[in-house]
Design a protein around this ligand. Sequence first.
Ligand code: PBG
Length: 328
Amino acid sequence: MSSRYGEFPGARPRRLRTTPAMRRLVAETRLSPAELILPMFVREGITAPQEISSMPGVVQHTRDSLRKAAAEAAAAGVGGIMLFGVPEVKDAVGSAGTDPDGILQAGIRDVISEVGDTVVVMSDLCLDEYTDHGHCGVLDAEGRVDNDATLERYAEMAQVQADAGVHVVGPSGMMDGQVGVVRDALDEIGKQDVAILAYTAKYASAFYGPFREAVNSSLKGDRKTYQQDPANLRESMRELALDLDEGADIVMVKPALPYLDVLRRVADEVDVPVAAYQISGEYAMVEAAAANGWIDRDRTIMETLTSIRRAGANMILTYWATEVAQRL
Ligand code: PBG
């Protein structure tokens, strides 16, 4: 049919956008609770949950409130929980990280006794929560992060976390060889079934800011000698090849939104599941803008998560996991 304007438009993509039902029908990307992972902080020696001022709505949990929040996440259908421990005492080598009764290990036991096998329970495997200098490893005489000495600490951490019953460990310190060392340490004590979620492409990002408050970090300076330069993409492909070779079961890109190109490259490359971590600063940015009335909070949250999925993530760590799972 022709109009007085001629034959065009010959195609009308808008037809598929006419109603909510039509848009839902043709949506190429969907979110479901099972692929959301909730990061949680458990702090030693507190009697009430502590608010994190730069992450409104997120708290440092007591052991008790951790159990309750984990049960709530499970009830909402969240697929996983990632636990971070905040110890009372920090020291140069991060002793609390390898104490079988340390706060993270206690939190793992608590959460598993609460949710059993209904949710995948994961733990952060890194020293920065436990060291008094705030670095992700132990330091050498010159004050540099000592890669190989740190690997020995990670091996021990993997074993105590596995002994506490965790299902998945997440080595996040960006030390060379960490995945292989953790795999060996787990296998050595018969924990072949504990999986490794590797922080494969982890960038030295300013967006980690609020997390430092969340774990009471005393870090001065930055992590640029071990985390990746935001300028680099090819470097992530190298980290990916190494992690897969060393035995990573799931690979992760972090942060998420500023690195969607990295996520897409990784997702195109691999035949293992791909995770993305929507980190503290991404959370804070949306919450702050929404609190000012500058953006629509709920729509923005869903748009960021949808975009991360669209870019290739099979699963997403997000501080909004429970809320979004309830909404879905
Ligand atoms: C390291 C670790 C960090 C985060 C997760 N694991 C901090 C860092 O590398 O500086 C950041 C998570 C976030 O910002 O939400 N233990």
